[in-house]
Write a protein of this length. Structure first.
Lengths: 554, 104
């Protein structure tokens, strides 16, 4: 039965893709090599999904791939989760446009990882089973803490999904000449296929393959650029400065006033430690040692990737900027300058053509598409597990539910989230969504991270403190962001922002910590006393792994 | 977890050593990482011209390039330092603690 549904959906997707590609041919130029390579990728990953589906028999398999992923594989998959199309195209585009600022931006996305390793990864693995709410609610009252954690997870996931879906729709429209709605639809359907049938095992392998392809492609582009300059950075920079101006070698406007700078840094560092799809990856390895190795490898891959995007951005300055074949003539006629086709975010894509011709352009386009698929799959799985494991199994059924039923519910949740993602992707097509990822990070840093961190390290945390503090952190992040320049001015078109800073995390995370502390220490209830007593045993398990979930044996 | 295990582990000198050593190591490394990163960010906010200074007379490469790349390498190296010590020293201590309560 499952096989037949699977086959039907695959054939359906290919048919939609083929027919829409055929109609697009009339209107737009078709990138044939990109489509062929993309179909090979989809075919291979669907094969993996089919293989994984046969090995996904229980909820544990579904959420954590059975817990048997190695540290190296998981490090690669984490990197695959983290290196989204937005960061590949966005950061190289930022380097292309403003040089050094792109490097500052990418560094911010990297430095959260060491902190995750030192503070979060090992206790998380030792205490949790499927979701970070397992850890937050370990010794607290299940119902309220799970609801809060699930709400924080689902909000973060949905915001992130909107950003990915809109970005992917536009990217695919540009690369493959497909209609926006069809592009969003294809992404949604493929993601539903990977996750519902293959669970975490298929998602992990899709991420590993994609990380490998992305790193290989970016490495090739960087080497091709550097080879023109005898592998001498000085020569590359000198040529780029000649074509633009000397300001690209120094910090520009990205970091404005010190408060905004610090607030952005807080959101990036502590936000990563509160992203549910990232935290969930730590339950796929067998123990704390592998969790630790995962972060080490992931940090290496991600750091390497950011260095490559920096080279690629500069490569685009010297090889794409001003070249007539990449110039957007229509835009130039209106606004002057030397705009490139598709905007600055297409700098890396044009560079792939400049260094490797149509074939390599096809490869990088297919990799960009694969990147989107891998990231949305990881997100959807994290969102679905918050719904099925935290809300359905723990809150509604009070833990009285068998593994098969829980897995069925999470598959239904995956399909529902996939449909929601498609609809939101279409609804937000022409909205200004620049603030959405910032909001996701702010909520992760202000609601998810403080509760997770305090539950691991602070004996005095009580249910009342966690629920009030986490909710206030979440509310503060949302309200300050709406009143700030990103929404109040850019989206709602008011003249001046009520809250002057673009990034709320410094304030909202402080609110969360202070409120959690205050409402915990003033909590004199009997249950609060019991929760504090349970800390010792929890801390021992967090530190040593005694009693922790193992890998499944099959 | 069983109450007896909690009692045994709590009073195990290896456990006390593990928690003390790992906590101080993790906190020290976290503070170093945060100081390096916030130092970088505050330098951009207050003294952007320092990072924009050319490395040498006539060179276009600025001080900011090796500093920025340095922060990336530093983040990787510091995770390596922690992982190396945790894989050997901390895991050895942890295995001793686990052996003691095995079968309880």
């Amino acid at each position: 039965m499952i096989n037949r549904i699977f086959l039907f959906l695959i054939l359906g997707t290919i048919a939609v893709f083929a027919s829409s590609a055929a109609t697009a041919e009339v209107a737009k130029e078709l990138n044939l090599s990109a489509i062929v390579m993309f179909l090979i990728f989809v075919g291979a990953t669907l094969g993996i999904t089919y293989w994984a589906a046969k090995r996904t028999k229980s909820a544990k398999d579904f959420y954590t791939a059975g817990g048997g992923i190695t540290g190296f594989q998981n490090g690669m998959a984490i990197a695959g989760d983290y290196m989204s199309a937005a960061s590949f195209l966005g950061i190289s585009g930022l380097v292309y446009a403003s040089g050094y600022d792109g490097l500052i931006y990418s560094i911010g996305f990297l430095v959260g990882w060491p902190v995750i390793l030192f503070m979060i990864a090992e206790p998380l693995r030792n205490l949790g089973k499927y979701t970070f709410a397992d850890v937050a609610s370990y010794r607290l009252r299940q119902t309220p803490v799970r609801i809060l954690a699930a709400f924080g997870s689902i909000t973060t996931v949905v915001l992130y999904l909107i950003a990915q879906m809109v970005g992917s729709g536009k990217l695919i429209q540009l690369l493959f000449g497909l209609d926006y709605e069809i592009a969003v639809f294809i992404v949604g359907i493929l993601m539903i296929l990977y996750v519902t049938f293959g669970g975490m095992l298929a998602t992990t392998w899709v991420q590993i393959i994609k990380a490998f392809l992305l790193l290989s492609g970016a490495t090739f582009m960087s080497i091709a650029v550097m080879a023109h300059y005898d592998f001498n950075f000085g020569k590359l920079f000198a040529h780029a400065v000649e074509l633009k101006d000397v300001s690209i070698m120094a910090p520009g406007k990205l970091v404005g006033d010190p408060i905004s700078a610090i607030s952005l840094a807080v959101a990036l560092i502590f936000g990563v430690a509160g992203l549910p799809h990232i935290l969930m990856r730590f339950f796929t390895v067998s123990d704390a040692k592998e969790a630790r190795k995962s972060v080490f490898y992931a940090t290496g891959f991600i750091g390497y990737f950011y260095i490559l995007t920096f080279i690629i951005g500069f490569g685009a300055i010297v090889m794409v900027l001003g070249k007539p074949e990449y110039l957007d003539l229509a835009k130039q006629a209106i606004s002057g300058g030397q705009p490139i086709l598709g905007g600055n975010n297409m700098a890396a894509i044009h560079l792939s053509h400049a260094v490797g011709g149509d074939f390599f352009l096809g490869f990088i386009s297919a990799v960009a598409f694969a990147t989107i698929l891998a990231v949305v799959s990881g997100l959807t799985l994290a969102g679905a597990s918050a719904i099925s494991h935290d809300l359905y199994s723990s809150v509604i059924k009070k833990g009285q539910v068998d593994s098969i039923t829980e897995m069925k519910v999470s598959k239904m949740a995956t399909v529902a989230l996939g449909i929601v993602a498609i609809l939101l992707g279409i609804a937000f097509e022409s909205q200004n969504i620049a603030f959405v990822v910032g909001l996701a990070f702010a909520i992760a840093a202000s609601a998810n991270f403080p509760i997770l961190f305090l539950s691991m390290y602070w004996r005095g945390l009580t249910t009342r403190g966690a629920v009030i503090g986490g909710s206030m952190g979440l509310a503060t992040a949302v309200v300050l962001l709406i009143l700030g320049p990103a929404v109040w001015v850019d989206v709602l078109k008011n003249a001046e922002a009520i809250f002057p800073y673009k990034y709320p995390a410094l304030f909202s995370m402080t609110v969360a910590f202070v409120a959690t502390y205050f409402f915990s220490v003033t909590d004199n209830s009997q249950s609060a006393k019991e929760e504090k007593e349970k800390f010792e045993a929890q801390f021992i398990r967090a530190q040593t792994g005694i009693g922790a979930e193992g890998a499944s044996s099959h | 977890m069983h109450k007896d295990i909690v009692e045994v582990v709590k009073n195990d000198p290896n456990y006390k050593e593990l928690v003390a050593k790992r906590s101080s190591f993790a906190i020290t490394l976290s503070i170093i990482m945060l100081v390096v990163y916030f130092g970088f960010i505050l330098m951009i906010a207050y003294f952007p011209e320092v990072l924009g200074t050319p490395l040498s007379e006539g060179s276009v490469t600025t001080v900011g390039i090796p500093v920025g790349m340095g922060v990336i390498f530093f983040a990787f190296i510091i995770t390596g330092i922690y992982t190396k010590r945790a894989n050997s020293e901390f895991d050895d201590l942890n295995n001793k603690i686990k052996d003691k309560v095995k079968g309880m």
